[in-house]
Structures are given as C-alpha cells and as structure tokens.
Design a protein around this ligand. Structure first.
Ligand code: LMR
Length: 396
C-alpha cells in the first residue's frame, strides 16, 4: 500500500525553513517564512503575551476540553476586535469559531462552502499566498486567478482585477487579502475596495477575506476597516484571521473563522455545520493561544501594551524597508525603491527565480522562488550582507 506513495514536493515556504535549518553555513539569513524577528534576530516574546501567560499559569486551571467552536471569551474578544460595533453583530449575523491559525480557518471555511455546494470555482489573486491554491484545491475547488500584480507598474493591475471579477460566474468564491497582501505588499485603497464590493454584489460572488496581518499595515483599526465596508454593504462573506504574527504566537495555532450570514436563524444553522466539520476534523481547538489572546484583549492595560508593541513592529519594518533601499542604492541598485512603498512583512522583490536560487546557494539568503522576501527578518547585523548578496546576484 504505502509503496504507492509518491514523493511530494517540499512546501514552497515551510520547506525553505527546513532547508535553512540544516544549512551549515555560519552566515545565513532566512527571509523565506513570514515571521517577524526583533533587533537581535530573535523571535520576540511580546511583554503583553508574557504577562498574560503568567496570569494563566498562576490561575493553574486543569486542562479541560474547549467547546467545539472554541473558547467563548476568545470568540467574543476577537469578534469585537474584527467587527467593532458593527450592526451585523447586534443582529446576530456573525458566526465566529476559533481556528487552528489562519490556515485552519481557510480550510474549515472552504469545507463549509463545499458542504453548501458553493463554487466549485474559486479565484485567488495572481500571485497569492502559495498555500491558498493548495488549501482550496484540497477542499475540492477549481482554483483559478484574478489579475492583481502588475510587474511593470510595481503595483496593482486594478482594472485587470475588476475585469476578471466582472467576468466570473455567479457563485464563484473570491479570496481577497484584507491587508498586507501576501506576497506583493500592495493593498487596495478605500475607493478600490468600494469598486470591488460593487462587482462582488453585482456578479453574486462569494468573498472570502483573509486577514493574517491585521496591525502590520497602518494599524489594527485602520487595517480592519475593510471588514466594516463588507458588513455594511450587506454582503454575506467569510473572514479568516490569524494571531500568529500580531501576537507572535506562531506555534500556538490561533486564529478565527467568521461567517457573516443573512440573519440570526441562518447563523445558528451555519454554526451547527461548522461544529460538525470541526468535530470530525480535530474535535475542538487547543487552549493556550486562545487564553493568551483573550486575556490580552480583555484587559485594558495588557491590550494597550500589546498595541504599542505591535505598533513598534510595524514601524520597525518600515524602517527596515527604507534601510534596505538605502543599502541597495549604496551598492548601485537604484531601481528597487518600491520596497519602501510596500506594506506588511513582505517585499515582492522582482528578482527572478534564478537570482533567488543563487541567493540561497551562494549566500545562504533564503527567499521564495517567486522573489518574495520577508523584510521583517532583517536587522542591522544582516541587512548589509543581504544587500551585498542581492547586488552580487543582480550583477552576475
Ligand atoms: C508565510 O506566508 O510565510 C506565512 O503565512 C507562514 C506560512 O504558513 O506560510
């Protein structure tokens, strides 16, 4: 039986982390995975998170099962953060379940849509997070793309995007990055979101917003504003969130899936379907990450400490962007200023695959074959080395 198994390709993102960890070179830099590292190149333990963990440890609670849909306090806290005072909440139109990170939310959401016979066509941006296509194909969708990145313009091919959405069949599911587009770092502005919403409604498309980087664009509220645009438009839609990055809780797999539906009676039925999917998949979610996030969000002092720390991460990434542009300019590269305009953790560098491979093999600088690099993993000690490496592969 098992002899039939073929060797699957390594994951395009996490596979790089595996290769990086066995790379014996003293000088190496992992700009592959989307992980924020601090000034010393270390994964931060946020003070608010540490304080919340200590409180949880002191409470010495036994390790009970969580409800299938997750910890109630967590679900309420993240829903309030994401939807604010929206009428959709008071109308009982929002169902929120705890998920295994953003990935888990996308998969459970995809499974729900297939149970409801949505699709089977689903569109992701071109390009998109590598795992989007894999998750939704595995859930049974026919995945295709809508235009998004314009390599010439170094920006968004917005008219192309609108034309592709306009041409989509009614019922097609459309995955949209709420903020900090992964991998390009180019986001829609408010007026563009309004046009997208207009097409989604007119063409009866089903939006699935993915918001894994709330707080890394312009701020928690600012990045989340797109959600209110969707709820107030009357659209029904899905929304996945992740707290891996914004709480530096990568290994805790903590996220959420919200489904905004027609009314409260539909909400009860949708929740029952989500619970069936979760129960037959992983039964119920783990406790630790949700306990930390809800402790922080529900405590005024911890929440403001967390907001300050997140804001520091965001502004520091912006500084790293300008420092990288300056370091490249010092090495004679003056056509990469766009790095400073992009948002979130990533830069879509425009470097072709051969140069990304050379960065890895010759310099131990790991970025994705697509040209994506994680700016959030740069620091004062490795930035010059990375700029040297880029200058060298570009000159070759
Ligand atoms: C990334 O894009 O690098 C992150 O979202 C981590 C992941 O799971 O791929």
């Amino acid at each position: 039986l098992f002899e039939r198994a073929e060797l699957a390709p390594a994951d395009p993102i996490l596979g790089l982390t595996e290769a990086f960890s066995v790379d014996k070179r003293a000088q190496k830099v992992n700009l592959g995975v989307g992980v924020y590292l601090d000034e010393d190149g270390r994964l931060p333990l946020m003070r608010a998170v540490q304080e919340a963990s200590e409180r949880i440890t002191q409470a010495a609670r036994p390790h009970a099962y969580q409800p299938i849909d997750g910890m109630p306090a967590y679900r309420t806290a993240v829903r309030a953060m994401v939807f604010g005072e929206s009428n959709a909440i008071s109308d009982g139109r929002v169902v929120t379940v705890q998920s295994l990170g953003g990935t888990g939310a996308l998969r459970v959401g995809g499974d729900l849509l297939r149970v409801l016979s949505a699709g089977p066509k689903l569109l992701v941006s071109n390009p998109s997070w590598e795992n989007h296509r894999a998750i939704f194909s595995r859930a049974g969708f026919e995945v295709d793309t809508y235009r998004y990145y314009d390599a010439e313009l170094k920006g968004i091919d917005f008219e192309g995007m609108i034309a592709d959405l306009d041409a989509a069949e009614a019922g097609t599911v459309v995955v949209l990055h709420a903020c900090c587009h992964n991998p390009t770092g180019y986001d829609l502005d408010a007026a563009q979101w309004d046009r997208v919403i207009e097409v989604l409604i007119r063409r009866s498309l089903v939006p699935f917003l993915d918001m894994a980087y709330q707080g890394f664009g312009s701020g928690v509220a600012e990045d989340g504003a797109v959600v209110e645009r969707f709820t107030s438009s009357g659209l029904v839609f899905l929304l996945s969130t992740s707290y891996s990055k914004s709480f530096s809780l990568y290994g805790e797999r903590v996220g959420s899936l919200s489904v905004v539906v027609e009314d409260a009676t539909v909400a009860a039925r949708v929740l029952s379907q989500l619970k069936t999917l979760i129960r037959t998949d992983y039964s119920n979610p783990p406790t630790e990450g949700a306990a930390i996030v809800s402790t922080v969000l529900l405590d005024e002092q911890l929440r403001s400490m967390w907001a300050d720390e997140l804001s520091h991460m965001r502004t520091r990434i912006q500084t790293l962007r300008t420092s990288l542009v300056a370091a490249l300019a010092e090495r004679g590269i003056d056509d990469m200023e766009f790095i400073a305009q992009q948002r979130g953790m990533f830069s879509y560098s425009g470097l072709p695959r051969e140069q990304m491979v050379a960065l890895r093999s010759e310099f131990g600088v790991y970025g994705l074959d697509s040209g994506r690099i994680c700016v959030a993993a740069l620091n004062d000690s490795n930035l010059g080395y990375v700029a040297d490496a880029i200058a060298s592969v570009r000159a070759a």
